[in-house]
Design a protein. Structure first.
Length: 154
């Protein structure tokens, strides 16, 4: 159970942090205007808004575990769309979908942890989710940004 919570938080943080290092390549690949760069950057947050709005209802109607799995499917689908995006709007769609996964996971993963953890461990499990977000952001920034500054990796 803790692994699911850590993985959900880590993916959330990684996706939030990875865009800063990836923008250089995205801008050159798609020849984006400053406005479209802002759209590509921010639509993951818009997707997270929609995901968070429906995440609680999904968790109540389908159960916490299934909702966390749905968030994982949204993460995977959004990442695949972004990886193979032939055009800017497809990339933006992938960012929106992965954002929805972020929002659903942000609601369902802490609920899942809090309900299944023993009472004496609940606070630690929910706090671990927040820590995993921070670690995901750190890993994304330390790995991706370093590679974009020095493409040879040296």
């Amino acid at each position: 159970m803790l692994v699911v919570v850590l993985f959900s938080g880590g993916l959330f943080g990684y996706d939030q942090g990875v865009i800063s290092g990836a923008l250089t390549g995205i801008k050159s690949t798609f020849a984006l205007s400053p406005f479209i760069v802002e759209v590509v950057t921010s639509w993951v947050t818009l997707g997270a808004l929609f995901g968070a709005l429906v995440g609680g209802e999904l968790a109540d109607s389908m159960g916490r575990k299934r909702t966390v799995l749905i968030a994982g499917v949204l993460f995977t689908l959004g990442a695949a769309i972004q990886a193979f995006a032939p055009a800017t709007m497809v990339l933006v769609t992938g960012r929106l979908i992965i954002g929805a996964g972020v929002g659903v996971a942000a609601v369902a993963a802490p609920l899942y942890a809090a309900e299944l953890a023993p009472a004496s461990w609940r606070g630690r499990f929910v706090s671990a989710y927040q820590l995993a977000i921070t670690i995901g952001i750190f890993l994304a920034d330390s790995g991706v940004t370093r590679g974009s500054e020095n493409p040879s990796g040296r």
